[in-house]
Unconditional design. Sequence first.
Length: 283
Amino acid sequence: MSALADRFASNREHFSKVPEVTAFFWIVKALTTAMGESTSDFLVHTLVPEIAVVLGGIAFCVALYMQLSKDRYVPWAYWLAVAMVGVFGTMAADVLHVGLGVPYIVSTVFYAIVLAVVFRAWYVTEGTLSIHSITTPRRELFYWAAVLATFALGTAAGDLTAVTFGLGYFGSIILFLAIIAIPALGYFRFGMNSILAFWFAYVVTRPVGASVADWLAVSSARGGLALGTGPVSLVLAAAIAGFVYYLAKTGKDTPPDQDRRSHEFADRGVYMDDDTQAERSPA
């Protein structure tokens, strides 16, 4: 605990704490968004909702603490934190509508404003919103605040289109896949700013994944395939674990400031989360 406190007090630059943005990043991100949706629904409907939210909040805090405690990108710690953001972010969005009766349009606008405030504070303080700059504790806190807000916003937006606008879950999948093509084409074909394209896509992957999870899990009467939230959550969690294991073993998404050493570790069968080996490695 004291080491983490000292790190935050100094705010010195360290290794990058987020993965390189590759195809693997977007695949695992989409899987975590879907898993967060199905797992949140499973817990809320299996347990007492208030208890489920508390447990989700605790799991989120523990996972985030583990991530913040690392001094470099560690695949299992990073993606565990993202997965728990997915679960708790879904619960946070659902609490406004289910618990407090707030309409989806209002909760969507609310979380959009929250995200805008986070981005504004981050940019004013640090001068950039680039994930490649997540090398200090303060920037990492801004990053995770933005990630949590994007998950809540995406959840509310997905429910807005599926329920309020009456598109259903499959219709929402098609809609958001079309929307996510905007930053992809904008970046690769028309020179869209890379930071804008990244966060645009990051927000939209949430309703895509959530809509897919709902479509797979909910009953046919609600337009789904009726596979159930429990089985869908287990399959998605297994897929995430498989990808994260692969990334940890191969270093495919290791940031450039750790890349050479991570491949040396992989050749010896040592993962990037082995801090002792990392400290002993050549610079």
